[in-house]
Design a protein around this ligand. Structure first.
Ligand code: GUN
Ligand code: ZN
Length: 431
């Protein structure tokens, strides 16, 4: 039994403030977090807890703000080196930049190198859990999972199914199934890893493969389904042309058994009320990806409309269409999209979506995302004085203002340290 304690200001938002109100927020101006064998055993005010845990070694973060490790609910690790690629909208960008880059993942050594860099970049940004696209190559998942296992991170991923992809990146329904089955069997119960059946999107799979993805999901009750939905006008037009008899884009997935409580759909920028109602009824989740939507010119998601249906929401960086690994920065862009939609995103709610909200749609909400006793002790230590401007803006400011300033002005520089299961996994130099 190894007990350790941490002393700092502590903030977590286990419930959605849009539904739970102010009771959603847990805050201790001078807090204590006690960790035993990687799990939170207590969290509260220092004054109330320290006598009970006398003798436990304490690490103090003066001026630090502990929050749950960020949950990136949609990101592509093989696109790390293609971030910031200039060009047109989604379908052209995929052809020109992304498919050639993903073809390089046939080389296992390349996949290993990018997976290591990617996970270290998540940690540098305070992200401890993620739902990750790999490539069509089964070994690209092995590379990511091995690197995640070495870092003890909570990563959910899967081999991409795309039998209508470009020639260099094509599987078949049979090989896609065989690779998926083998990966599920190989990685089941190892570390903090999970599997997601991952059809890229409706356009890159035949009907036969989409139907088989639905069967794989039904046959493996512990896995997620992860795909893209209603992201970009060009994509939506192409889906409409191919599936002319479908009610809408969601219906394409629905008819193949891909819409349920273990489904996570990235984007959902252009959704009808009926489609949102169906998602809510099915218990599916949405990963909102604001920097990606702006970068590709996809559109402005409608958080108020999604909220009308009470759908579970997480936040995705969507690297490499997304433009930052920083979830803090991504929340700032979500705020700006809200402003353009006439909706003001509350900073506590933003933090909830980027932690417990994302964890919930990934089916890991009981394990991470809120630093509740019994949960895994994944956390980031934020520094409100990380830059001269942040220091000036936040000096003496109330928590609401400091949290919002971190989302508007902060990025990797504001992450003083990241802890995974109670162990330091990253520390900013000088921290
Ligand atoms: N839709 C299908 N594939 C992709 C991808 O790699 N990135 C994004 N943003 N959308 C997609
Ligand atoms: Zn994506």
């Amino acid at each position: 039994m190894t007990r350790r304690a941490f002393r700092a200001e502590i903030l977590s938002v286990p419930h959605d403030p849009a539904r739970a109100g102010p009771d959603a927020v847990r805050h201790h101006a001078d807090g204590m977090l006690v960790v035993e064998d990687g799990l939170v055993v207590a969290r509260g005010a220092w004054s109330e807890l320290h006598a009970r845990f006398a003798g436990v070694p304490v690490e103090t973060f003066a001026g630090g703000l502990i929050v749950p490790g960020f949950v990136d609910a949609h990101v592509h690790y093989p696109q790390t080196e293609r971030i910031a690629s200039h060009g047109e909208q989604l379908l052209h960008w995929l052809e020109r930049h992304i498919f050639p880059a993903e073809a390089g993942f046939a080389d296992r050594a390349h996949a290993d190198a990018v997976a290591a860099f990617f996970l270290d970049e998540l940690l540098r940004n305070g992200t401890t859990s993620a739902l990750v696209f790999a490539t069509v190559h089964a070994a690209s998942v092995d590379a990511l999972f091995e690197a995640a296992l070495a870092r003890n991170m909570r990563i959910v991923s899967g081999k991409v199914l795309m039998d209508l992809g470009p020639e260099t990146l094509r599987d078949t329904p049979a090989s896609g199934r065989a690779d998926t089955e083998a990966l599920i069997a190989r990685w089941r119960g190892r570390g903090r890893l999970g599997y997601a059946v991952t059809p890229r999107f409706a356009l890159t799979s035949t009907d036969a493969q989409l139907a088989d993805a639905g069967r794989l999901l039904a046959e493996h009750p512990e896995v997620l389904m992860h795909t893209h939905l209603a992201e970009n006008p060009g994509e939506i037009a192409a889906v409409g042309a191919r599936f002319a008899d479908a009610r809408d884009y969601l219906d394409v997935y629905d008819r193949f058994g891909l819409v349920g409580p273990r489904s996570v759909f990235a984007h959902c920028v252009h959704m009808s009320d009926a489609a949102l109602a169906r998602m809510a009824q099915a218990g599916a989740g949405i990963a909102l990806c604001p920097t990606s939507n702006l970068f590709l010119g996809s559109g402005l998601f409608d958080l108020a409309a999604i909220d009308c249906h009470g759908i579970g929401i997480g936040i995705g960086t969507d690297i490499g269409a997304g433009t930052s690994f920083s979830v803090l920065h991504t929340l700032g862009e979500a705020y700006k999209i809200g402003q353009l939609r006439g909706h003001s995103l509350d900073p506590f709610r933003a933090l909830h979506l980027a932690t417990a909200g994302g964890a919930r749609i990934m089916g890991i909400g009981d394990r991470v995302g809120a630093l509740e006793p019994g949960q895994e002790a994944d956390f980031a230590v934020l520094d409100c004085a990380a830059t001269p401007l942040l220091a000036r803006r936040t000096a003496g400011a109330p928590l609401f203002d400091r949290l919002f300033a971190l989302q508007i002005l902060g990025d990797d520089r504001a992450i003083a340290a990241t802890y995974v299961a109670g162990r330091r996994a990253y520390a900013r130099s000088g921290s």
